[in-house]
Design a protein around this ligand. Structure first.
Ligand SMILES: *Cc1c(COP(=O)(O)O)cnc(C)c1O
Length: 410
């Protein structure tokens, strides 16, 4: 509050001032260094471009990093979600419960298999799916729960596992934001039936495109392998017969969802840097928290005592009652400062496809409507956060937020 009286902020760019910075600062991006490029080049000079030893090594080291028995790499996080649903036995007529505040892929994976996504509202403090709301949505058709660790903060997993046990459901964590996060001191990746990660360039480590499923179950592991490779196996234990050394069998309808060794080389090289990346993300989040805690017009991200976030996203919540402008105007003012703010996410069921799915005639949202998700969506802005940001970038974001909020306050 002292900020208001003692240090009047300069006019923001949207009101005719100079922008905080000249160049556009994206909300997220990869960090590729020379040794990453070298690692990729080494594989390209070798014998195996796909499904070779580098892929196997990436899976092995990734599994070890998250404390899981098995890891299976896929061509994207979305392919990994699809495979996890398949391995869970999700099929036509089943229901899969997930959060509305997520990327569309957390729900599309159910649609791919002819199942119905069902949205359970979020906890208004953590913005993660609320176990109490999950229980309300469980029916005899429910097959799986896909909790999403939004922004990298783990969901209330003990409560979710208790529900899963009681109702015999499979838990597939969407940990695409949460590589390196911890729940009650344990790494995300070894706590549920399956856990899904993404290696898109905005995520913690990248392979260009790529994803991973981790599991402790040997049986789920077999289904994941099968699905990634056309439903084909050469494993004699699984085959119906064995006609000779050339012989393989297709046991189900699978896809080509393989990750190349070229990508795995990049993944392995990036994985070695994960601790450094996490450290820097946490440091930036702390700096933001310290800068914004005293601004009465915004809420900094609440962190539950059981979670240690991996800070994929930093989401600032506007207290609109203290502002004379809405989220859109604040957003546009920050963009005018060359700060690449974003919004994560529109509640998934608000996309036109779901409106048509919900009720083709009236486009009604009644079946899906989640009060807290709606409330949150109106007020959120994602600030830039990635390890390659330097201190000046971080400072530009803080200056821009202070300037814009000062202009927007009532
Ligand atoms: C990125 C992301 C995905 C999809 O991952 P891709 O690798 O882009 O296919 C799924 N769920 C969430 C929550 C994500 O952030």
């Amino acid at each position: 509050m002292a900020v208001r009286d003692n240090h009047p902020e300069p006019l923001p760019a949207i009101a005719g001032g100079e922008p905080v910075r000249e160049t556009y600062l994206p909300y997220a991006r990869q960090w590729i260094e020379e040794d990453d490029i070298e690692a990729v080049a080494r594989v390209m000079r070798g014998d195996w471009l796909t499904t070779g030893p580098t892929l196997a090594e990436f899976e092995k080291q990734f599994a070890a990093r998250v404390g899981a028995r098995y890891a299976v790499a896929f061509s994207s996080g979305t392919a990994a979600l699809h495979a996890a649903c398949f391995a869970a036995g999700v099929g036509r007529g089943d229901e899969v419960i997930t959060s509305p505040i997520t990327f569309v892929a957390s729900a599309s994976c159910a649609l791919y298999l002819g199942a119905k996504p069902v949205f359970a509202d979020i906890d208004p403090r953590t913005y993660n799916i609320d176990p109490v709301e999950i229980e309300k949505k469980i029916t005899p058709q429910t097959k799986a729960i896909i909790p999403v660790h939004f922004t990298g903060q783990p969901c209330d997993l003990d409560a979710i596992h208790a529900l899963a046990e009681k109702h015999n459901l499979v838990v597939i964590e969407d940990a695409c934001h949460a590589l390196g996060a911890e729940y009650k001191g344990q790494p995300i990746g070894c706590l549920s039936d399956m856990t899904v990660f993404s290696f898109h360039p905005v995520k913690h480590i990248t392979t260009g495109e790529g994803g991973m499923v981790t599991t402790n179950s040997g049986e789920l592991y077999q289904w994941l392998l099968l699905f990634r490779n056309h439903g084909i196996t050469r494993d004699r234990e699984l085959m119906v017969e064995d006609q000779g050394p050339w012989y393989y069998e297709m046991l189900d309808v699978g896809f080509n969802y393989r990750l190349t060794d070229i990508q795995a080389a990049l993944g392995l090289s990036q994985l070695r840097k994960l601790d450094r990346f996490l450290e820097r993300r946490r440091e930036i989040a702390r700096t933001y928290n310290e800068a914004f805690a005293s601004l009465p017009e915004v809420e900094i991200p609440y962190q539950a005592p059981y979670s240690r976030s991996s800070w994929h996203l930093y989401v600032l919540v506007l207290k609109l009652e203290h502002l004379k402008f809405d989220r859109r105007q604040v957003f546009e003012a920050l963009r005018a400062e060359n700060i690449g703010v974003n919004v994560h996410y529109l509640p998934v069921y608000r996309h036109p496809y779901y409106r048509w799915l919900g009720d083709p005639d009236s486009c009604s949202l009644s079946g899906f409507y989640c009060f807290h998700a709606e409330e949150l969506y109106e007020r959120i802005i994602t600030l830039p956060l990635y390890p390659a940001m330097d201190n000046e970038d971080v400072n530009d974001v803080i200056q821009a937020v202070r300037r814009v909020i000062s202009w927007a306050r009532k």
